[in-house]
Write a protein that binds this ligand. Structure first.
Ligand code: NAD
Length: 499
């Protein structure tokens, strides 16, 4: 948790973005750019240059040169010390990162100062520690005919890693990939989301300040198809692609990665359930679900959009969650009372509002919300929606099956544990679940039957960065976190020495 109490104005972060290639900031040569809008009031933050093939090629070439040059020559201790310095410098510039992140996303300072920015620093620190302590297997081959040998595993960097990241937790999710990639000795080219270019750009200043060799960390801005994202993932010198974003984008990137057989690591969408049993601690279940469904304006991949509540406590749970939602305070990031910001963009608001309409069209009971709030002054132009709860929909309804990525959830009663498990698993996604029960045996039983990558019991978003993170089914490919990240960010060679 941050101890920062000063609250800088987000206005200090308004600026144009730039690519960061080979240690230098550049606007590139395409002459193409777009306006970056603040979702609080739809005002223009600045312009963002769009990279073409030449800029992407320059970034990848710089990354390859750094790998073959100064970065590749560092010892593990020198490299990890540098990454610890990166973490410290993010903390030194906490207010700059905070203002930039909140200007780009509109999220409250309370959220970004407790989660986004500290995790941005922690991602470098934790993976620097992890790689200092890894071991690999050894085998002594000892045969009767004397063919004796010592075998040991050697972890080497994979190469140039393309990092494609989303807008919901921009610094956190980008550094979750850059941290382990660099700790393992790779170099990176990052393509941040077009919605949130600022903190990835700012990280370039940090890299230069602490003396990370040029070319190790590069940023190119742009969109996906026929733009920087596609050019980067198709570049022949890219050795691996790590991506966080929508499942259908993952499908497109997988096709792009097939050229040259580049390995992918995917953290994708979710339609996460919460199972609330009658034997839960109701206060904790309501408080936890209020966070899991509405934190970050519902724009968290791990967030809960389907809530299943055991029938005896259904009415009480709905009433109490409704009261919690109606206590959320929408407002500007700097206001200490603000607990919810806007959605990330007007475009995303259109998508979320289309689901608000679909829910009503399909016969939902709107327990609370369902529309656009009255916001004062300039905020009336922003991407605000009301936090919303529905009940009464059938299991085939669109809002029960499709990822909305907004501050909304559907609550449905269940009667048996088997039914709850069946409902929870009845989706093409398998990212996360939250189970609320005070019955230890039930907690283990249910956790073992949920087809998800992460199962929380009596909690949500409680993260130990050493643990495996990722999704099953269409929620991802591979696991990152702690030593699991090494599976993707290193190549494991076996060395066999005849004795
Ligand atoms: P998105 O898939 O629209 O975009 C993510 C990134 O991919 C952006 O940088 C975008 O420019 C880029 N991109 C798009 N098409 C591309 C292409 N063809 N080639 C290369 N790059 C391309 O996702 P988003 O809207 O930014 O983020 C929200 C989604 O991310 C949700 O589905 C959410 O569940 C998911 N998400 C998952 C996790 C997780 O850990 N599983 C975490 C956060 C968000």
């Amino acid at each position: 948790m941050s101890t920062h109490t000063a609250r800088p104005s987000i206005e200090s972060a308004r600026r144009d973005a730039a690519h960061f290639i080979d240690g230098a900031f550049t606007q590139g040569a395409t002459g193409k750019s777009w306006e970056n809008h603040c979702p609080l009031d739809n005002s223009v933050i600045g312009h963002v240059p769009e990279a073409g093939k030449a800029e992407v090629d320059a970034a990848v070439t710089a990354a390859r040169a750094a790998l073959d040059g100064p970065w590749g020559e560092l010892t593990v201790a020198q490299r990890t010390d540098m990454l610890a310095a990166v973490a410290n410098e993010i903390t030194n510039r906490f207010d700059d990162f905070l203002a930039a992140e909140c200007l780009d996303t509109g999220k409250p300072y309370g959220t970004a100062s407790h989660i986004d920015i500290p995790r941005g620093a922690a991602n470098f620190k934790m993976f620097a520690e992890t790689v200092k302590n890894i071991s690999t297997e050894t085998f002594i081959l000892d045969t009767p005919d004397g063919a004796n040998a010592l075998n040991y595993g050697l972890r080497r960097p994979k190469g140039v890693i393309a990092v494609i990241s989303p807008w919901n937790l921009p610094l956190l999710l980008m550094t979750w990939k850059v941290g382990p990639a660099l700790a393992c000795g790779n170099t990176v080219v990052v393509k941040p989301s077009e919605e949130t270019p600022l903190t990835a750009t700012l990280l370039g200043e940090v890299m230069n300040k602490v003396g990370v060799p040029k070319g190790v960390y590069n940023v190119v801005h742009g969109f996906g198809p026929n733009s920087a994202g596609e050019f980067l993932t198709q570049h022949p010198l890219v050795n691996g692609i790590t991506f966080t974003g929508e499942t259908r984008t993952g499908e497109a990137i997988m096709k792009q990665a097939a050229v040259g057989l580049r390995q992918v690591s995917f953290e994708l969408g979710g339609k996460n359930p919460a199972l609330v049993f009658a034997d839960c601690d109701l206060d904790k279940a309501v408080e936890g679900t209020l966070r899991s469904a509405f934190a970050n304006c519902g724009q968290v991949c791990l967030g809960t959009e389907r809530i299943y509540v055991e029938r005896p406590i259904f009415e009480a749970f709905v009433a109490r969650l409704k009261a919690g939602v109606e206590g959320l305070r929408l407002g500007r990031p700097e206001e200490p009372s603000t607990t919810m910001g806007p959605l990330v963009s007007m475009e995303h608001r259109e998508k979320v509002l289309s689901y608000y309409k679909a829910a009503v069209d399909e016969g939902a009971t709107v327990v609370t919300g369902g529309g656009v709030p009255d916001m004062p002054g300039d905020l009336a132009q922003g991407a605000w929606v009301e936090p919303t709860i529905w009940t009464g929909l059938g299991d085939d309804a669109r809002v029960v099956n499709e990822e909305i990525f907004g501050p909304c959830c559907h609550i449905r009663p269940f009667d048996t544990e088997e039914e709850a498990i069946r409902l929870a698993n009845s989706t093409r996604y398998g990212l996360a679940a939250a189970v609320w029960t005070e019955n230890l045996a039930r907690a283990h039983r249910v956790a073992g039957k949920l087809d998800v990558g992460i199962c929380w019991v009596n909690s949500w978003f409680l993260r130990d960065l050493r643990t495996a993170f990722g999704g099953s089914k269409q929620s991802g490919i591979g696991r990152e976190g702690g030593v699991h990240s090494l599976e993707f960010y290193t190549e494991l060679s076996n060395v066999c020495i005849k004795l």
